[in-house]
Ligand binder design. Structure first.
Ligand SMILES: [Zn+2]
Length: 95
């Protein structure tokens, strides 16, 4: 998994798109927030899953209501650990 700077100015933030949606094939003006981060994650089931976040949404994700800071990178690593745990559960051990 990789955390990159987004370089495409026409690439909108995924969370803003979800939040404000589109109307007649046009995204809501507030949904057209250029993404700042490009997050590429690899997992055994879906290779190269790409997500885009603007700075505000990245901050929302990273700052929890209780004041904890949980970085995007840590969240990705933890997510990956969860996935690998699941994988291990499905492994049938030789007898
Ligand atoms: Zn956003």
């Amino acid at each position: 998994m990789t955390l990159l700077r987004n370089t495409n100015p026409r690439q909108w933030c995924d969370i803003c798109k979800q939040r404000y949606g589109s109307h007649r094939g046009e995204y809501h003006p507030k949904a057209q927030t250029p993404a700042y981060w490009k997050v590429v994650s690899q997992n055994p089931k879906r290779a190269n899953q790409v997500r885009f976040y603007c700075l505000n949404c990245a901050a929302d994700i990273q700052n929890w209501p209780d004041g904890t800071f949980y970085s995007l990178k840590e969240q990705l690593l933890d997510g990956l650990r969860e996935i690998s745990k699941g994988e291990q559960l499905n492994v049938e051990l030789p007898r």
